[in-house]
Design a protein around this ligand. Structure first.
Ligand code: IFM
Length: 440
């Protein structure tokens, strides 16, 4: 690594991130069925129809995994809680086994000196709630508030930080407009509702946690830089609209209590009734802003229906996901979030990393491409800090190779290699280099 801990401000947190469905093994511990289980079982949705039934078996191996986090010298561990593990039907009865598991997990972090950074929802919606319309049903905000109360009523006294929902764009647009994630809808009315309700649920959860006396509450946005394909007005407008529904809708709703006008021209007719009246809840004051950053998209105008745009192939080097490596976008997003949205509250990079076709040779994984990617993006964070941005931490995605949603187990994002047959963990070269950098 080209950096050391001392290159960053004294209190700067370094961590790794994971999520429940991607690593735990959903079939263990009495968890209820989720929309990802059935989405994965439906042909054509997920590579080889793979699901999270076993994943990395973190449910049983969490102490071994947290030992790896501690041994590398990380300060914090970002994890998520599975709604269906805690409340198998999404409402009503609590699965004590599930709640006990998160209780043990939390204590195991604290015993290792790791700060627990929770995300309440990272995509596995209980099927019983999906049956009721899931994110398109306004009541989801209330159901989510109840779930928040149950989980944080038990864990809240030991959390370092909490975000209600991971990546609202993925929960709504990716899953209801593009149909690439569960529930696999492609419907503009469903999309508009899901986009608004995901923010309403976010605000409701923040209010619930404030009611429990909790602090250090934030939101985790996935941000993707939109570059116009050329210098024409049409390309610039297309990129601006992409930026509006990917980035500005969510940042703007949560921090500025407003949605982008160019987006509302197309989406407005499909929004739920009286949506403007919900900003009091959606815009609940936050203590920090989380940015997940991986790549940019190059955007061109296109025919067909609204939004009349498409992503086109860019010219930069790409990762195993086919995502362009564009570290400048991270600096630019931090500066923009700071100036236009989060202002004086701390910014955390809550996810950043790359998938790579890693293989074990002689018990080692040489993933120099990942080390290079991490170096470039940490330099991008540093550049923003040097310009005055209040960035207070960085979490690498991910600790372990895991279930990459519709791409199954093929794409490897981990600092630690996982053999999904034997569950053997092998720290990659990037893990060792990160550990060395943190010790300096
Ligand atoms: O694996 C995902 C994670 O669940 C959310 N953020 C992006 C990661 C890589 O695609």
């Amino acid at each position: 690594m080209q950096f050391s801990r001392s290159d960053f401000p004294e209190e700067f947190l370094f961590g790794v991130a994971t999520s429940s469905y991607q690593i735990e093994g959903h079939k263990f511990g009495g968890a209820g069925e989720t929309h990802w289980d059935t989405f994965a079982r439906t042909p054509g949705n997920v590579v080889r129809n793979e699901d999270g039934a076993v994943a990395c078996d973190h449910y049983h191996r969490y102490t071994e995994d947290l030992d790896l986090v501690q041994a590398a010298g990380f300060d914090a561990y970002r994890f998520s809680t599975s709604w269906a593990r805690v409340m198998p039907e999404g409402r009503g009865q609590v699965n004590q086994e599930g709640l006990d598991y998160y209780d043990r997990l939390t204590d195991a972090m604290l015993e290792r000196g790791l700060k627990p950074c929770a995300t309440l929802y990272h995509w596995e919606l209980p099927s019983a709630l999906a049956d009721l319309g899931g994110w398109t049903n306004r009541d989801i905000a209330l159901w989510f508030g109840d779930f928040t109360e149950v989980v944080m009523g038990r864990l809240g006294d030991r959390m370092h930080s909490v975000a209600p929902i991971n990546e609202p764009w993925c929960v709504s647009w990716l899953s209801h407009f593009l149909g690439q994630h569960a529930p696999g809808k492609r419907d503009i009315r469903a999309t508009a509702r899901a986009m608004h309700h995901v923010l309403l649920a976010h605000g409701t959860a923040i209010q619930t946690m404030r009611g429990l006396g909790m602090s250090n509450l934030g939101c985790v946005f996935n941000c993707e830089w939109a570059t116009p394909t050329d210098d024409t007005d049409a390309a610039r407008e297309a990129a601006d609209l992409y930026d509006a529904y990917y980035n500005r809708f969510f940042l703007g709703g949560a921090f500025n209590k407003a949605y982008p006008e160019n987006l509302m021209r197309g989406l407005g007719p499909h929004m739920p009734k009286d949506w403007q009246e919900d900003f009091g809840v959606i815009g609940e004051k936050l203590d920090w802003c989380g940015i997940n950053y991986y790549t940019r998209s190059v955007i061109a105008p296109a025919g067909g229906g609204w939004p009349h745009l498409k992503s086109v192939e860019g010219s930069l080097p790409k990762t195993q996901m086919d995502w362009e490596v564009y570290p400048q976008g991270l600096t630019d997003f931090i500066m923009r979030a700071w100036r236009e949205y989060s202002c004086d509250v701390p910014i955390y990079i809550t996810e950043n990393g790359m998938a790579n076709a890693d293989v074990i040779i002689n018990d080692e994984v040489n993933d120099s491409a990942r080390t290079r990617y991490l170096n470039q993006h940490l330099a991008a964070v540093k550049a923003a800090i040097d310009q005055g941005a209040p960035v207070k931490g960085y979490f690498a995605w991910s600790l372990l190779d895991n279930y990459e949603w519709s791409l199954g187990y093929e794409k490897r994002f981990g600092l630690v290699h996982v053999d999904f047959e034997t569950q053997v963990r092998t720290p990659k070269d990037s893990y060792h280099r990160f550990a060395a950098a943190l010790s300096r």
